[in-house]
Every structure is written in structure tokens, then in C-alpha cells.
Design a protein around this ligand. Sequence first.
Ligand code: GLP
Length: 263
Amino acid sequence: MRVVVLEDESAVADAVAAHFASLIRRKPDAVLGLATGGTPVGAYQRLIELHRRHGLSFRQISSFNLDEYLGLDEDHPQSYRRFMNEQLFDPIDIDKNRTRVPPGRPDDIRTACQRYEDEIVAAGGIDLQLLGIGRDGHIAFNEPGSSLASRTRCTTLAATTILDNARFFGSEDLVPRAALTMGIGTILDARQILLMATGSGKAEAIAGSIEGPVSSRVPGSALQLHPDVVVYLDAAAAHRLEYLEYYLESERTHRSLGLLPFP
Ligand code: GLP
């Protein structure tokens, strides 16, 4: 796992966008795994800027989002499909037919989940999967207790997640109780995973994910089993890491050896 600790939220957004842009330039038809929540918004804004000012093109890109609330129509103000359209897809030149978000109102839940898995495989697998993390360590909507081998399925939101996401809905009562989400096993199939976190509220989940035991108690800890994970953190999200000095030193060493592909 490569752990990159940066000064603040803005530096994290820059680094994540640069990482995506580098892949897109190298592989213009890359398959991206995308995330929602407050954390990636800054990085998406940077990507929009790179598209507008520097001609970064998404024309041949395909994407799969991690999850969607169950019961929300695509145009519901809090649906993840609408979030992605507004925060990234509408302002860039991506072909929306090649963007996938799990359906919020599937005819049949099991069929829809299997179809999502099949579509990822048919697209050739995900090249780079972006992840945020919940305060309770969830990735996508894989809450504590999720199988580390889980696939795309319907999950129940944990109480802390309902509370955290109530800010988007205006009230806890309005937050859907269930979601369709890629499983942890689905996420681990991506060729590279990029986890981003900012703010002290994420510090414990980050420490548990990077340094804690691999356990369904902290779903993010499953990332320790993947061979190519890059974690971008601001200082606040990193402050509970026991080996922080080591990660900083490791970055310096790799940089001096010319081993870092990204700034
Ligand atoms: C949501 C999403 C996750 C996201 C997490 C953190 O519940 N399902 O994919 O990583 O919460 O959200 P935020 O970035 O707003 O803190």
C-alpha cells in the first residue's frame, strides 16, 4: 500500500485528479470506478478543469459507480446517478451510455446485481477504482460485518451512515435504509485502487484500514489484501497512523529513486 500524506484537502483533490488524468492520457479508453460523497467533489472539479482548459478527453472512457440508494429514481436530487451527472459527467465529454450506476429502482434486485457484475467483466474490468471511506470504515456501502469476498448486492445502511448522510437529505428519516453496492470482492478485482480521505473524522477508519487487522469490522481493511492501492490523505485524516513517519520516509526514498509514477 502506498500512503501519501498531503497538506490539506485541496492538495488531496489535486493529487487524485492528477492520478486519474495520468491514467486517462495513457489509456484513453480506461474503465474507471467512481465514488460519490463529499470527499471526491474537489477532485471531480479538478478533472472538469483539466477537460476545459487542457483538453483532457473522456470520450472513450467507461465508468462504473460503486453504489446507489435503493428506492431513489435516477433524477431524485440525492440519487448517486444525479450526483455523478451534476458533479462530473455533464460538464465533461464522456458518453453517458458508457457510464453505469447501479439502479435505484431495479425490477429484480438479484438480477440487477448480477447484471452489474457481468457488465464490469464485459467492459474488461475496472482499471482504477476510486474510494472514499465512511467514519465506520465502510467502503461503497459495505458496512462493518460485510463479507470480504462479497459481490454486488443489496445492503442495509448502518446507523452511523444514516446519520452522516442525513446532511444531504435534510433529515435522518429521509435517508434510504438500503442500497445496491459493489461488494468488497468486486472492489478488490480492480487493477488499481485509490482511496482518498480528508478530515479528522476519518482518522480512525483510515488507521483501521491501513494498519488494523484485516477484518469485516473495518471493511476498508480488506484493501490490505490488494497488491496496488494508493491512499491519499490530508494531515487530519492521517493523524492516527502509527507508522506515519515511515510512510513519509518511504515516499521520499521512492521519489529519490525515481520510482514514483505520480507527483
Ligand atoms: C457514502 C458512500 C461512500 C462514501 C462515504 C463517505 O455513504 N456510499 O462511497 O465513501 O459515504 O462519504 P463522504 O465522502 O461524504 O464522507
